[in-house]
Design a protein around this ligand. Structure first.
Ligand code: HPA
Length: 238
């Protein structure tokens, strides 16, 4: 048990999927895992462990924003020895060719700041995905015929953003979408030498103002969970 996770040693699988929303963790565990059981209820940040095609998997909520994710990802890596951590979540689309419901596989995550800033100080570290996971997720998305994009995303500290010039700068530099967690997950994975990836569904669009209904969010969410699971257990490529 850690400060924020009540699971006993051995109750967290080496592979962890991390949605922001703890109720999404419950839904994904009930929908995609066999023999899923709840292993964490501390602060309502639900976590479940079960199996997918015989492989042990934990689905643990991260909460919203990098400070929250950082707490759970740190404890999962340092205390439970999680080896592969994949964020599954929603994002806002930032490019005209990125449509609602599309999947974004995040190669890098830019930010203004992350909880690791105090460690990196003057260094602009480049948080990036694990290449093996990234390429396996791309292969899984292609095989399913899912509309997907691979590239940079923006991990913002604010949902209600008062700096349109920053979003504009991101758009000009080809950033595909905005969310609030991936950059710190990538930082922590680098520090702890673990594999990390973010697979995101475009739930709203900054330029068109479109947004998915909650029902549509759930349906699109399923495709992303399956891509993440297939990537996590893909055989290593040469
Ligand atoms: N901004 C930040 N985070 C998000 C968004 C957004 O528009 N959509 C989903 N997560």
């Amino acid at each position: 048990m850690t400060i924020h996770i009540g699971a006993k040693p051995g109750e967290i699988a080496p592979t962890v999927l991390m949605p922001g929303d703890p109720l999404r963790a419950k839904w994904a565990a009930e929908t995609f895992l066999e023999d899923a059981r709840c292993v964490n209820r501390v602060r309502g940040m639900l976590g479940f462990t079960g199996t997918w095609k015989g492989h042990p998997v934990t689905i643990q909520g991260s909460g919203m924003g990098m400070p929250s994710l950082s707490i759970y990802a740190n404890e999962l890596m340092a205390e439970y020895d999680a080896r592969t951590l994949i964020r599954i979540g929603s994002c806002g689309g930032m490019q005209p060719h990125v449509k609602i419901r599309d999947v974004i596989i995040a190669m890098t995550a830019s930010s203004l700041s992350t909880p690791s800033r105090g460690i990196f100080r003057e260094l602009n570290f480049a948080p990036s995905a694990d290449y093996g996971l990234l390429s396996a997720a791309v292969a899984a998305a292609r095989a399913r015929g899912a509309r997907h994009h691979v590239g940079g995303i923006y991990s913002s500290d604010v949902f209600y953003d008062e700096r349109p010039d920053l979003n504009e700068m991101m758009v000009r530099h080809g950033i595909l979408g905005v969310e609030m967690e991936a950059a710190e997950l990538y930082n922590l994975a680098a520090r702890h030498k673990r594999r990390a990836l973010a697979v995101l569904t475009v739930s709203d669009h900054l330029q068109t103002g479109e947004a998915l209904s909650s029902k549509e969010r759930e349906q699109s969410f399923g495709e992303m969970v399956e891509i993440a699971l297939e990537a996590a257990f893909a055989p290593p490529t040469a």
